[in-house]
Design a protein around this ligand. Sequence first.
Ligand code: KG4
Ligand code: ZN
Length: 373
Amino acid sequence: MRSAIRRHSLDTTLTNRGTGDTGMIILTVESTCDETAAAVVTDRLEVLSSVVASQDDLHQRYGGVVPEIASRAHVERILPVIDRALHQANITLADLDAVAVANTPGLAGSLLVGLTAAKAIALAQDIPLLAINHIQAHVYACRIASGEDVFPCVGMIVSGGHSSLYRCNTPIDFEMLGSTIDDAAGEAFDKVASLLGLGYPGGPAIQRAAEGGDRRAIRFPRPLLSDRDRLDFSFSGLKTAVRYHVVGPGKPAVDAPSLSAQQINDVAASFQEAVVDCLIGKAELAVARTGMNTLCVGGGVAANTRFRERLEASAAEHGYQLHIPPLKLCTDNAVMGAIAIERFRAGKIESLDLDARPGLIRPRRGRASIGEP
Ligand code: KG4
Ligand code: ZN
């Protein structure tokens, strides 16, 4: 127990933020998809603890996240995860100055679990409840990791649920530039891995297989890459192209593809290169179009070694500043929820009727704000 930490009332927190000995202490909660996570952070972006309980083992046999299983697992894990985060930070609930929770976008049932836990803490402790937009948080991971003010920037989110590009004017003011029109990049990795019998989650499995393969072995399509008028992605046709290559058109899926280990590695490497080409092409186009000199990349697919390598080469070639967080801040975590401090500073404190908003707001006529949590 850190006896030096003062327990602020709501009012003194608002007026004294950042000026006390310890600064403001915030518990952040993340349960948007299949990771149950909690962290304790300060308004100076110090990370006092971070706990992530992955559900990979539960979803493995289905080759993807099963929403009902995810929400049930969140219910079982949320309190132990929060307890562990407080314990690791050497504090108790009484030391918290605010509690923040990701309430959008994500799986409805999963979001509700984190939201309910955070509301209960806000109510019981009489502390401010703050909302976290999960997409904005993925970009903010670059701010936390670099220690630099990365805004304004182009934000690129590539995960299991999203593949999108944003003009990020401030940490909490995003305009969508483009997004996938079908599958997300991570979803394509997961589905192709499943087709190749490589297991779940597919991204790391494809990456491992690709290390032993030839990325020039098969020329898979690069959907929308040559369309210079749009900043959108499409991975569904690429996934189908891999399927046709592996099992043939019109044939049913097979349990294990009848390819040799080397052929599987070649398919994995060629598929990965096609995805990376699409992502890099649109990231470069977004930087050029917006005239912004900084690109911040986040989401699980940003953990991909080949993608990171190609991004670094692209930044060097085109002269823009690139930020990609370390791996554990790319995949879902609660540390990136420290973005809540930006909303707190902007006076955005939520009432206890804050709702979960599962959907992502898509652009209409090419321009849209990402929407409020
Ligand atoms: O951001 P994240 O943890 O959760 C979502 O918000 O979706 O992203 C998970 C996704 C999964 O589809 C997983 O296969 C992918 O990120 N992923 C990767 C890698 N590590 C995780 N994809 C490609 N290469 C990786 N090394
Ligand atoms: Zn995510």
